[in-house]
Design a protein around this ligand. Structure first.
Ligand SMILES: NC(=O)c1ccc[n+]([C@@H]2O[C@H](COP(=O)([O-])OP(=O)(O)OC[C@H]3O[C@@H](n4cnc5c(N)ncnc54)[C@H](OP(=O)(O)O)[C@@H]3O)[C@@H](O)[C@H]2O)c1
Length: 285
């Protein structure tokens, strides 16, 4: 499988370096000059056409808003045996299959995959055969833990697995700042303690302990930890509800906007508009 990346940002670089990709095309070449020097085996192509002609797996590592332009360029040049990999959530496999005459899969990574940790959310399109799925499974296992995901849950799964590291980092930053302000402990020491704590807690949870188990093992009734978790119990449910409500609203707007942009590329323009169809498939929260 010859692997080509379109987009040389955070995810393009992550996938390219983990998979030892062969080709990359990105909009602003100058931005990846330093990175490209460290990966001399990757050919930086001058155009999407050149990348497609040299690749069998094409990974679309651009922001959702840039997908319509890239799909417009790909549509006349991809062959039925090409596999195109979607790495984002506001566009569905069904949408991509309507836009492109090739095989389509979805694999949503996470920044945690830099450490070969975390989930990779996976869904396969109808045109892939068993050999294609096996080859992709092998690639995805080198990133993290592949987790099959249904279209109805792609969004919430991406919230947890891909946005989650930013949410946890935000909470850690606030804890580190509070520790420094209240005690003078250096940010570096507090950050080290918090990082080791998050890693260890993650390992406990991945080993099968439930969050309730972990809480009960740490806090005794009336003890200090129980006082702290009571504060969090009051804040956390409305906080997560607010986070998801706001991101849902932005996501719905993005789906609608993309739906209109992509509908120009559909084979059958009588199909339901992407945005509406996609929102109907979403699970209630
Ligand atoms: N970051 C994450 O943690 C994460 C997690 C899961 C999924 N994703 C998904 O991964 C995708 C990429 O995200 P990212 O964080 O890597 O974004 P990013 O760092 O902004 O990188 C996007 C890259 O795409 C390039 N690009 C834009 N339009 C292009 C075009 N027409 N042709 C070729 N290259 C083009 C950009 O070039 P310029 O330098 O010119 O801007 C940039 O190099 C998104 O769809 C996102 O939803 C991201």
């Amino acid at each position: 499988m010859r692997i080509g990346m379109i987009g040389g940002g955070v995810i393009g670089q992550l996938l390219a370096s983990t998979w030892h990709a062969h080709h990359m095309y990105t909009r602003t070449r100058a931005r990846i000059d330093d990175w490209a020097k460290q990966h001399p085996h990757i050919v930086i192509e001058p155009s999407i056409d050149a990348l497609v002609s040299h690749s069998s797996l094409i990974c679309l590592c651009v922001k959702p808003r840039d997908y319509p332009d890239v799909l417009r360029a790909l549509r006349p040049i991809v062959r039925p045996d090409h596999i195109v990999l979607l790495v984002t959530s506001p566009i569905t496999i069904a949408q991509l299959e309507q836009c492109l005459p090739c095989k389509v899969a979805q694999a949503i990574p996470s920044i945690t995959n830099h450490m070969h940790e975390g989930a990779v959310l996976v869904a396969y399109g109808s045109r892939l055969d068993e050999a294609d799925r096996d080859a992709l499974d092998t690639l995805l296992r080198s990133l993290g833990t592949p987790v099959p995901i249904s279209p109805a849950h792609v969004r919430i799964a991406a919230d947890i697995a891909s946005c989650g590291p930013a949410y946890v980092a935000t909470l850690i930053d606030a804890l580190v700042d509070a520790a420094h302000t209240r005690t003078g402990m250096s940010h570096a020491t507090a950050r080290t303690l918090a990082s080791l704590m998050v890693r260890g807690t993650g390992q406990l949870l991945c080993a099968g302990r439930t969050p309730t188990d972990v809480r009960q093992s740490v806090s005794v009734p009336g003890g200090l930890t129980a006082l702290g978790t009571a504060v969090l119990d009051a804040i956390a449910p409305p906080m997560w509800n607010d986070v998801l409500t706001r991101t849902d609203a932005a996501y719905a707007r993005e789906c609608m906007h993309l739906g209109h942009a992509l509908s120009e590329l559909y084979d059958d323009v009588d199909e339901p508009a992407f945005g509406d169809d996609h929102l109907l498939n979403r699970s209630p929260r």
